[in-house]
Design a protein around this ligand. Structure first.
Ligand code: ZN
Length: 292
């Protein structure tokens, strides 16, 4: 599963770092507001890339984006990682798989080269490679990086440590803070004139989207404010595990409206490969246009 897919946003280079592709959940379970009737007319375009015809499950890649600007080498989210505790998903629990690190190397980047790791939010599939296990201790995978997390998200995750989210805080977040590498920021933090955050709460309280801009071109990493292209057609279908499903609807609809027709490249976390495209109008909602 080696991949070196890459894109340009003006002078910024973005490269996919894929870890795995999951057949996640059946659509009616994943989106509690969905109905078979509403879904049925969309199955034709969803199968086989967005919806597996054999398992009837939403197909969901787990991936990071490597962002190389003139100033910085940035990793957006860090997948599931190895040796992590997450018994609710056997594919994520106690993984021993080097695909992510191999794909990073294939992109010509070593962990030492990463200047910043941005976490859109602190769920297990977005901050796993923040750390790695060395001699029984969790240490930062990226020794020279500052890890940018919204302070709201950090506090929310800390407060919920040990209560159903595996050991995400203890394994992926706390060791970063203890190493002095955590940069807790406001949800509208600006790194420089090419990279900044937009508050996008709902999936989690401190969730942020990461915007890129260069020479009049725009891109955005939207994390988990949306999970599947079917939510472009039905923006009100929140994900089962959105912490605040009502806020998630408001955030998702505003995000889709802002992107629609703007030409902005949207780098989704979980849409089927190639996962990157543009939001366009479709009736009174939206569609996701893949290039080509
Ligand atoms: Zn996710």
């Amino acid at each position: 599963m080696e991949t070196v897919d890459s894109w340009q946003v003006g002078d910024i280079k973005v490269t996919r770092i894929l870890e795995l592709i999951e057949h996640f959940m059946e659509p009616l379970e994943m989106f509690p507001d969905a109905t078979e009737e509403a879904l049925s007319e969309h199955r034709a375009w969803m199968v086989p890339h967005a919806l597996c015809p054999d398992t009837n499950r939403i197909i969901l890649p787990i991936q990071s984006y490597l962002v190389q600007t003139a100033q910085h080498t940035v990793l957006i989210d860090s997948c599931v990682g190895n040796d992590k505790t997450f018994p609710w998903n056997e594919n994520w629990n106690q993984r021993r798989d080097e695909t992510f690190l191999r794909n990073l190397a294939a992109a010509g980047v070593s962990p030492d080269d990463i200047d910043f790791v941005f976490c859109t939010h602190l769920h297990v599939d977005h901050c796993g490679w923040n750390t790695k296990l060395v001699d029984g201790r969790w240490v930062p995978t990226f020794p020279n990086a500052r890890y940018v997390m919204s302070e709201t998200e950090f506090k929310f995750t800390e407060a919920n440590a040990g209560s159903g989210s595996g050991r995400t805080f203890e394994e992926n977040v706390q060791p970063i803070a203890e190493a002095g590498q955590a940069l807790l920021v406001a949800m509208d933090h600006t790194l420089d004139d090419t990279v900044w955050l937009e508050p996008t709460p709902g999936h989690t309280p401190g969730h942020v989207a990461v915007h890129l801009t260069s020479r009049g071109h725009d891109g955005v990493m939207c994390g988990d404010l949306i999970h599947s292209p079917i939510q472009c057609v039905f923006p009100d279908w929140s994900f089962k595990f959105d912490v605040d499903r009502e806020q998630s609807r408001v955030t998702r609809r505003k995000f889709l409206e802002d992107c629609c027709g703007s030409g902005r490249q949207v780098f989704t976390a979980h849409f089927p490969l190639p996962s990157v495209g543009r939001v366009e109008e479709r009736g009174d909602a939206f569609r996701f246009d893949y290039p080509g």
